[in-house]
Design a protein around this ligand. Structure first.
Ligand SMILES: [Zn+2]
Length: 158
């Protein structure tokens, strides 16, 4: 089965399933593919890029159904790939975030103070997390205290 995004000559867009691309071509040639909105039989495949769509229409008009379809999926694939990468990245950020959260004590607003105390040997060293302003974080780094920003989770609600 193959799903086509179709468009009629009145610009109604709809989707329809066909056993394969050849049977779509056959049905379209016989006028069996109709628009569900206006019953128009002047239906063609709707494809992202207008250039490709026009090419496809020409091909249908000239007939010959056994042609291998052009590659209308190419632009869409690029988008899909980006999404996948973003999802992977998001997963990595989430994992990192969870690891940091799991292995540190939350000291909240006291973070700069606690970090400094540990650095000065006043309290035993441990891993802590908390809140610091950009300025405070910069000061800690300048004093040789290795602090690290925890990545934000975009979907997380506080
Ligand atoms: Zn229509």
């Amino acid at each position: 089965m193959i799903k086509y995004a179709l468009i009629c000559d009145a610009d109604h867009e709809f989707e329809s399933w066909f056993p394969d691309s050849a049977s779509y071509d056959k049905q379209a040639k016989r006028g069996l593919v109709t628009c569900p909105f206006c019953d128009s039989v002047k239906v063609s495949k709707a494809i992202m890029s207008p250039n490709v769509a026009r090419k496809d229409k020409d091909r249908l008009a000239v007939a010959a159904s056994d042609e291998t379809p052009a590659q209308p999926a190419a632009p869409a694939q690029n988008i899909a790939l980006l999404d996948e990468q973003q999802q992977q990245l998001r997963g990595m950020i989430r994992e990192l975030h969870e690891k940091i959260v799991a292995s540190t004590d939350d000291v909240g607003e006291n973070f700069p103070e606690e970090a400094r105390k540990m650095h000065d040997g006043e309290t035993p060293a441990r891993s802590i997390r908390g809140k610091a302003s950009f300025e405070e974080a910069r000061e800690l780094l300048e004093d040789g205290i290795p602090v690290l920003p925890i990545p934000d989770l975009p979907e997380e609600r506080n």
